[in-house]
Design a protein around this ligand. Structure first.
Ligand code: SF4
Length: 481
């Protein structure tokens, strides 16, 4: 186990007796999962949740490096927290600020230099060291990629006795166990990436590909099922490259892991994200045909439709490979909803390259997709290349998003009048309304009592909204198990 590197400076004040933590999460689902695990770790140390940063003894920023000017945004947030920390000190309270996640990994000790109010900087592979770093009594930074896995040092899921910002209370389930419980959960199975796309920081901030052993994932999924979770989204930066150690000799691919998780009683739905087209193996495509619990939804980023740009991005696939893959997937699972990621204005992108992206979007027919203007990430190969003017990027993004919105509306429109199973997850915007997810991951609003949160119900869609569906319960709903 590596020691925290400490810096000179005043020893941070000790934590007060009633310790409360406020965790603010930025970015992707993996960060949401990581925040939950850090909450578990801190709960094991006696921390409770704070409703607001003002009320906290520890404010933890779990940061994301994907968006433009990510580090600067974190420094502004720290600036706001510095005032809170000063106020707390004036009230005789010791408040600590910790920065975690990918900005912590990328900036490291620079954060302690630039922001005197920060006590701890911890990278994504060292979360298990958080309690030790907080107790070190000195400002500390830990951004090593430690030899031991953080996953081996985490408390069981379910230990957490706190809510995170964004958690919605789920009265019936809470009554049953006294814990915040959810119908759906994330489960990280893989981290890091060896692909080195030229625009992406992940291989640098999250390190090389690492897959958790099958046995630990099965244990965690069983613990989630015991807490009432029915829908599990497996997470990994390159999740379909999964190759975790199996119970006997040899590694298991993702398809085999999914088949094993399908056997767990209580888990009714499985999904996985994010996938690389190159790692979409035959057995994984077949799993979409053979595993009824594997939902008909797949996030499969293409990034561009131009072979020239795909090569510059080092994506390791071309347009034809991607389109053939989509064809094979749809043969295996004809109702598959495809989602994607696109970057517009990558260095060197011409109008013809961009048109090829629009063509690809039309050819695939995405149920939904995320699209972004390219913005350079320091330290990545594409960052030093000549940039496409921002006005051009903005105009292309607008055209792409209009096309993607059309595709999403067309996909949703096909749902009108259809009946399917809906997993009710949380209260809706107005009283008496709940929101759940369809098998294709659309949000569906229905009128139903809160006691049905966590139940799988049959719903008929009677209205299509701009980003979601509306429906009515069909059968007398099944009771929550
Ligand atoms: S495959 Fe995904 S995570 Fe890996 S480098 Fe490319 S964009 Fe980043």
């Amino acid at each position: 186990m590596s020691n925290p590197e400490t810096t000179q400076g005043k020893a941070a004040p000790e934590l007060s007796e009633a310790r409360k933590v406020y965790i603010k999460t930025y970015g992707c689902q993996m960060n949401v999962y990581d925040s939950e695990r850090m909450a578990d770790i801190l709960a094991a140390e006696g921390y409770k949740s704070a409703e607001t940063p003002e009320d906290a003894d520890l404010v933890l920023l779990n940061t994301c490096h994907i968006r433009e000017k990510a580090a600067e945004k974190v420094y502004s947030e720290i600036g706001r927290l510095r005032a809170l920390k000063a106020r707390a000190r004036g009230d005789g309270r010791a408040m600590k600020i910790a920065v975690a996640g990918c900005v912590a990994q990328a900036e490291g000790a620079e954060i302690l230099k630039r922001a005197q109010s920060v006590d701890v900087v911890v990278g994504p592979q060292s979360y298990h060291r958080l309690p030790a770093l907080l107790k070190a009594g000195k400002r500390a930074v830990e951004t090593e990629f430690p030899a031991e896995s953080k996953f081996d040092h985490m408390p069981e899921p379910g230990f957490r006795n706190m809510r995170l910002p964004g958690d919605r209370p789920q009265p019936l389930l809470q009554q049953q166990a006294g814990l915040p419980r959810h119908a759906a959960a994330f489960l990280t199975v893989q981290e890091g990436c060896d692909k080195f796309c030229t625009f992406c920081v992940v291989p640098y901030t999250r390190g090389a590909e690492f897959s958790r052993p099958v046995a630990r994932i099965v244990e965690e999924a069983e613990a989630l099922a015991a807490r009432g979770v029915k829908d599990v989204m497996l997470l990994g930066q390159n999740v379909n490259a999964y190759h975790g150690a199996g119970p006997a000799a040899g590694a298991w691919p993702l398809a085999r892991l999914l088949a094993r998780l399908s056997e767990i009683s209580g888990i009714e739905r499985l999904r996985y994200t994010t996938s690389h087209p190159r790692d979409m193996s035959d057995d994984l495509i077949a799993a979409h045909r053979d595993l009824p619990k594997l939902m008909p939804y797949l996030h499969l980023p293409a990034q561009s439709g131009s072979d020239r740009i795909l090569a510059l991005m080092n994506r390791r696939h071309d347009r034809n490979f991607y389109l053939r893959l989509v064809e094979r997937l749809r043969r295996a699972r004809p109702d598959l909803a495809l989602s994607g990621d696109f970057i517009v204005g990558f260095p060197g992108e011409t109008e013809a390259d961009f048109s090829a992206t629009l063509d690809l979007v039309r050819a695939v027919g995405y149920a939904q997709a995320y699209s972004f203007k390219y913005s350079p990430r320091p330290g990545t190969p594409a960052a030093g290349e000549a940039q496409v003017p921002d006005a051009v990027k903005a105009e292309r993004l607008q055209r792409l998003q209009a096309l993607l919105d059309e595709g999403q509306a067309a996909f949703n429109a096909k749902m009108l009048g259809r009946e399917f199973d809906l997993l009710l997850e949380k209260p809706g915007k107005r009283p008496g309304q709940l929101v759940g997810r369809s098998p294709w991951l659309q949000a569906v609003h229905v009128d139903a009592p809160e006691s049905l949160i966590g139940a799988m119900v049959k719903v008929a869609v009677d209205r299509i909204g701009s980003n979601s569906l509306f429906g009515a319960l069909v059968d007398p709903p099944r009771a929550v198990a």
